[in-house]
Design a protein around this ligand. Structure first.
Ligand code: ZN
Length: 235
């Protein structure tokens, strides 16, 4: 019954689900960091691409003006600027390629983190469902045990019930005494203890000398007499 209560209030999956929530929070922070890193690369890439566009337009305009000028000094200046713009465009295109590579790496790292998080979310959902079912099972079991105990309690004399409740509060209240062994502590009693048990009248409570549990004597106890409480089970 205590086990069923524990299962209901704290299903075995609960600890792991808590861990997964923590883990997912950490993974979420890392996901944000990786998203930001990817966005930074994208922004830089857009700036470089815009610079390339501006330089290309300017070079095209200079080339157009070069075909129209008849002044040698202007033509020389335009040629120098066209050459300089060509070198700038080369540099920018190299930077563009590097940024594209960094973008691909950043995208892959982001996708990897997203996959990690998805796996954590999936495990968390699965365990939460399992926990929900475990709680429902424990509630059903607890309901059944409560009904069993109530049925048993009304069938027991009041003094026995009070004694049982007192013992049950600190451990096993009562246990079957089967084949000379206490069902509470699983210790086989010595011949002298068994002799004491034999001498205890059937209508008196008998206790395990090892653990203090009420011993329920039945036909299978290994005692010669059969007890009136035969067949009664405490669980
Ligand atoms: Zn015992």
């Amino acid at each position: 019954m205590k086990r069923a209560e524990a299962a209901r209030s704290n299903p075995p999956q609960a600890t792991r689900v808590k861990e997964l929530i923590e883990q997912r929070n950490g993974q979420g922070r890392e996901l944000v960091a990786r998203t930001n890193a990817r966005d930074d690369v994208l922004a830089e890439l857009r700036r470089v691409e815009a610079d390339i566009e501006v330089a290309r337009k300017r070079r095209a305009r200079d080339e157009e003006r070069l075909t129209q000028t008849a002044i040698a000094r202007d033509a020389l200046a335009l040629q120098e600027e066209i050459a300089a713009l060509g070198r700038r465009i080369d540099d920018l295109e190299t930077a563009e390629l590097e940024l594209m590579e960094r973008r691909d790496v950043a995208e892959a790292e982001l996708a990897e983190q997203q996959a990690l998080m998805d796996a954590t979310t999936a495990e968390g959902r699965r365990l939460s469902e399992e926990a929900k079912r475990a709680v429902a099972d424990a509630e059903r079991e607890l309901g059944q045990l409560t009904r069993d105990r109530e049925a048993l309690a009304t069938a027991l004399p009041a003094a026995l019930r009070a004694e049982y409740d007192r013992l049950a509060a600190r451990g096993t209240g009562a246990a079957l005494f089967t084949r000379t062994t206490c069902g509470g502590c699983r210790i086989a009693l010595s011949p002298s203890d068994i002799a004491v048990l034999r001498a205890t009248p059937k209508d008196e409570l008998a206790y395990c000398p090892e653990c203090g549990t009420i011993l329920v004597r039945t036909n299978e106890s290994g005692l010669e007499e059969s007890a009136e409480q035969g067949g009664v089970r405490f669980e």
